[in-house]
Design a protein around this ligand. Sequence first.
Ligand code: SF4
Length: 380
Amino acid sequence: MPGKISISFPHMGDYSAVFTQVLRHMFPQARVFPAPPMTQRTVELGGRHSPDFVCSPFKFNLGNYIEALEEGANVLFQTGLGCRYGYYGELQEQILRDLGYQFRFVCLSRDRANPQYVYQTFRELGCPLSTPKMIEAGLLALASIRVMDRYDYFMRENAGFETVPGSFEGVRRQLLREIEAADGFGDLLEAGTRSRRAAAGIRLDRPENPLRVGIVGDLYTLMEPFSNFYVERQLAKDGIAVSRKMSVWFLMFGQNHRRAVKKSGRYLHHTVGANGVDSVAQSLSYARQGYDGIIHMKSFGCIPELNATPALLNLSRHWGIPILDLSFDSHTSETGVQTRLEAFSDMIRMKKEEEDAAKREPGRGRGFGVHQGRRAGQQR
Ligand code: SF4
């Protein structure tokens, strides 16, 4: 490609730190930068130029691309498998060209998401690394994802109980900076160890039996907090321990649809597209572990998650576990989501208090809200 290349890519949570790291290694001569931070303008731009009924990842990504092009990007990356996300790249490229932008679109979706195609494309773009060095850069990126996901998992469980607000987020920001700047496994190891030590040193005021909520749903809405109005952060502010299994590491190494169907028990007998079956399997696992509630988050019009919804309703009824269903689109009102979330938190808190009181005084009437006294497998 003639001239200096400026590479950019859309956001999905803070994985941009890892993408920046690996692309910086692969293309040392290039300018590498994630799309500008997501704002309302990103949403409006994406929404304005997208088909009406497409799901929100398409719109958010398109907004990211437009803003990256405005910032001077001339190479855009896209990747994705699963459902229709794997077909979005071609349409997004066409829309951007119709808008008059000139760029190279590197779409690593579906059958192109394989090492050989990636290798050829990187060579065409001018990657000067030897093959072993390319592999090393790829492995470093994978290890970085692992470090990041492990920290995030720990943080979600504990951030609601930190005595100094923002402590976990501060450590996380530092970890992301170090991941982005890491030039080798030594750097990454140090960054991981530093963040673990720092997190272990954060003072917590965690009750013995805190409220616990599991989060399931479509991968983009779960992993891009801007798209869900930072639901996890709000739950933490409410003093709730949050569990979310969905992560890039899970998608790459933990996902197994056949196993997930088995783990869905009697609630699903087939896969339902993308991560729908994971939502059911993980919800059943949360119910069995006695979680206080589940939040099912999805993009408006997400067919796989819509397919999973009846199974989740049955599961909620049988196990007496409240499930809050939240759909997000570029038109979703943040206030509406906040109100529902607050009501949900209040409801599960009151339900837990009733249950705890019933345990202390066995004669006392049990049951609040949806479950009417049934619990954990006490099925009809
Ligand atoms: S999983 Fe759902 S939200 Fe994600 S691309 Fe597919 S249909 Fe859209």
